[in-house]
Design a protein around this ligand. Structure first.
Ligand SMILES: Cc1cc2nc3c(=O)[nH]c(=O)nc-3n(C[C@H](O)[C@H](O)[C@H](O)COP(=O)(O)OP(=O)(O)OC[C@H]3O[C@@H](n4cnc5c(N)ncnc54)[C@H](O)[C@@H]3O)c2cc1C
Length: 405
């Protein structure tokens, strides 16, 4: 039989979006010998497609009082800030902030509802009403009639987050190629990864596996014969508009519904141009529309909200993307990060499946993974990174770099 190298680690993570990368950082800092395996480029799924808003859950509370879940998210902006200063559980000093605040604004028609809500006691200290004099440049126009609030929550440059998390862990992140890889369970129920490369076959064994592959988790669950937990996908169609207007803006425009009518984040593209990345209700309802119709709607929304903008020479593109999450009743949005042991018909496995459900909640997710390991008495074993002969994956391009290349 062929001589196959074998590597043993405490934890092997599959999937290198923000969830896997954050968890890898957290575990290694705690003394676990952990590695991460990525099949494409780091952040290729939802992470690079995200708007980078690290929010304290404010937009989820629009329908009423703060729930327990939104209280859990409320600490996240401060948690990320500690990491950005190098004082948190993960070192994000090399990551970049796009904005240290974002706005919530309403058109004149729903102003009173927004005002009443944001002025409530619960939210004091985190939200400021913006006077007309201090309006952001984009809205500083005599034609603007709404009300604007400023939230002290950060917006991250997501590619820099992915890069920072990956650089912290160099030597522990490997690119795998699925036709050459299989996940198998041995006679004692332990999961093993076999790499059947003709030049360099190896087996990777781990005391626990973490599946953090976003929508790719379903294939991993199938590969280990898991029946629970199950996944849901909620599609979106984001719109990207590249232009040379000078306004960099981050915010949610609130409409009559509980989902923001329009969310705008801004991403520099070089040569003075930038992309506005448009989400919110526009992107949720857009899934039933063809690209041309959706772009027409996006144009219509921007014109209705800010008729003074000239977007005649702008370029437009659409990004279909799916949010991968643990299944909820009625396919609703989960409130919390999720990580739990996977079950097969014949019992439990040594695999955890994880979905952060929000970029914001990645620290929360890593904490839950640590608690899951702890409950099975899987303690940090330490040791150097295994000398696996595979290259490190690249960092994925952003959707707008791809669309407007
Ligand atoms: C349009 C959009 C906007 C968003 N905006 C925000 C926001 O502003 N704020 C916020 O908090 N959240 C936001 N989110 C949610 C957030 O982006 C996600 O919750 C988060 O990025 C999920 O990260 P992840 O690592 O679980 O998955 P992903 O980012 O999808 O990463 C999965 C990784 O696993 C890899 N992979 C897949 N299959 C395999 C396999 N078989 N083997 C190895 N690797 C594999 C993929 O290539 C990918 O790199 C947004 C989401 C979307 C879609």
């Amino acid at each position: 039989m062929e001589d196959t190298a074998r590597f043993d680690v405490d934890v092997a993570i599959i999937g290198g979006g923000v969830a896997g990368l954050w968890t890898l950082n957290r575990l290694c800092r705690a003394g676990y010998n952990a590695v991460l395996l990525e099949s494409r480029a780091l952040g290729s799924g939802q992470t690079m497609a995200s708007q980078g808003m690290i929010h304290g859950g404010m937009k989820y509370t629009l329908s009423g009082a703060l729930t327990g879940a939104s209280e859990a998210i409320a600490d996240m902006p401060d948690h990320w800030r500690r990491c950005l200063r190098g004082e948190g559980d993960v070192d994000l000093r090399r990551a970049e902030i796009l904005s240290d605040h974002f706005y919530m604004w309403s058109t004149a028609s729903i102003t009173s509802r927004l005002g009443g809500f944001l002025a409530s006691k619960t939210l004091r200290g985190r939200v400021d009403k913006v006077s007309r004099r201090d309006l952001p440049d984009l809205l500083k126009h005599p034609g603007f009639k709404g009300t604007v609030y400023r939230l002290a929550d950060v917006v991250m440059d997501t590619p820099s987050v992915v890069r920072a998390l990956a650089e912290n862990m160099s030597g522990r992140i490997f690119k795998i190629d699925w036709p050459s890889v299989s996940l198998n369970t041995d006679s004692e129920g332990h999961t093993r990864l076999q790499y059947q490369d003709s030049q360099y076959p190896f087996t990777l064994a781990a005391r626990a596996w973490v599946f953090s592959a976003g929508r790719g988790n379903q294939d991993l669950l199938d590969a280990v014969g898991a029946t629970r937990p199950t996944m849901q996908l909620r599609p979106l169609k984001q719109v990207m508009v590249r232009h040379n207007l000078p306004y960099s803006f981050f915010g949610h425009c609130l409409g009559a519904e509980t989902t923001p009518r329009l969310t705008i984040s801004s991403h520099p593209m070089g040569n003075g141009s930038q992309v506005w990345y448009l989400g919110g209700s526009l992107a949720e309802k857009g899934v039933d529309q063809d690209d041309e119709t959706l772009i027409g709607r996006a144009r219509g929304e921007l014109t209705a909200l800010m008729p003074w903008l000239d977007l005649k020479t702008a370029d437009w593109a659409v990004l279909p993307v799916e949010r991968a999450e643990p299944r909820q009743q009625n396919l609703s949005r989960p409130d919390n990060a999720f990580a739990d042991w996977v079950c097969r018909e014949e019992g439990a496995t040594d695999c955890i499946v994880a979905w952060p459900t929000k970029l914001t909640l990645s620290p929360n997710l890593a904490q839950i993974v640590m608690a899951r390991l702890d409950e099975r008495n899987i303690r940090p074993g330490g040791g150097p990174a295994p000398a696996i002969q595979l290259p490190a994956p690249e960092v994925a391009p952003t959707p707008w770099e791809t669309a407007f290349a």
